[in-house]
Design a protein around this ligand. Sequence first.
Ligand SMILES: [Zn+2]
Length: 580
Amino acid sequence: MDFAQEVKAAADIVSVVGAHVRLKRQSGNRYLGLCPFHTEKTPSFSVHGALQIYKCFGCGKSGDVFSFLMELQGLSFIETLKLLAQQQGKEMPRKGGGPGADAAARTREGLLQVHEFTQRFLVEQLKSRRGAGAMRYLRQRGLGLEEIEEFGLGYAPSGDALMSYLKGKDLRRSHVLESGLVGQSDRDSSVYARFRDRLMFPIHSDGGNLIGYGGRSLEADRQPKYLNSPETPIYRKNAVLYNIHRARTAMRQSNLAVLVEGYMDVIGVWRAGIRNAVATCGTALTSRQISMLRRHCDTVVVNFDSDSAGQAAAERSVEMLLRDGLSVRVLELPSGLDPDEYCREHGGESYRQQLEAAPAYFHWLLDRSRTQFDLSTSDGRTKAFEHLLRSVVLLPDEVQQATTVTDLAQHIGLPQSLALAKLRGAAKPSSRSEAAPVAQADGLSPSERLLVVLLVSEEGARQQFLEKACEIAERGLPSRQILSALRAVEKADGPFRYEAVEGRLDGADRERLARLVFDRDRPTPTLADGEDLLAALQRQALEDQYQDLLRHIGRSGSTADLPKLLDRKLRLERELGLAQ
Ligand SMILES: [Zn+2]
């Protein structure tokens, strides 16, 4: 077994995928979740624990634990191997660069290194005399050493101390320039530090790599108040959520994410014991970020600032979240406090209660509409309802739309029948959801399907039944290509791999096989079923032959062949038990 095979054998695809996608067990070791590679509302992303493969029946992406991480995190094969090896505590064998050490991977590696060194520098600076002002600010905001360390906060001094620090490290100049941490003057192409006299918040990828910074100005009137890393090969601002790598476990456990506006809000609620909060890093919420959330939970509590900008941002974000099928609640804290301030003044327990009591989005919207519409008149009530209806139709599920509408009608004081009629008028025909993996008409008989599944999943079954099954199928059964691919892989050296079987099939058979393996409605065959399934296959083949023969006899004009054909017919009838 080479090193990659060893790492793959030790990795468990269900837990690797499960760290990024919320998976629900279907039956046996088949799991289903929302595809991280395309936007969907109905899960069609399937993971097979025993075969160590995944397949999306929406967008068609499929593969193993390596291709999953490569695709999801934009890593090369070598980087993925390294990552998994590291998690397993294995040392990578050294082999001078290796084939996958391509230019892009080297650049990413280099950029990550620049960030690592920079981080050490910024943390040192915060603890030094130069960082005293930043430290004072943090103390004022109630932060202790514990949070400062947990969140890796640092200080970027004015001047070019960072430049000299980085110069002393073994880093490529091109990587330092590309990191976004320095700028280059147009005039004389001299290099300067991008962040100066700023409190620094390191930003991590989903997987926990340090990929960029948000820097807060420490002078009250200095603009911009927050400066973020520019786009780089490792930092894409529309695909980043602050704190996601720490929050994701808690998000999955509670099936809930708290969406706040700023870095300090995340840290503030963390101090109060809330572990599932994330923040957008100075951008409006993007669909890419929403799909990051959806992989971990169904419900999002939006807790933005109470000022009008914050509320407008909340309303926009909520609409996007609803459209993507998340259930949304909105928390508006009393007396206009932001989450960080609230936790400092009232404590974590009180904030937790606020979170739990946060109203569903429509109730929040309804409360807001009370100030815009006069609900004491029937005209005002109708107008308010129509206003709310615009958001209701964003809900992806018609049942949900109807229950929300009746609920709202009751609160506003509108007849439910009228409300439902208005909903029917306003609702767009919803697009049909993606197909979950259900076996479709594939030409295979039920026992043929089960036999294929059994042979794919059990080595013992392959040893006992594969040869015979191939022999039977070769007489013209629809599964013959799949079975002969199975046999070829079984005979080859090395461990049996599902992907190797796929590799020997054309597109149609590959799809057929994947649907069979992931079909959620079929029973799971066991070794003990093998004999019966094989017998059924045998009978199916004979019946096919018999039908062919009958057609042939019917069409045949010559009488010379007839005795031979009738003789065969009789033999087949005996085998099938049709004749004595
Ligand atoms: Zn997909």
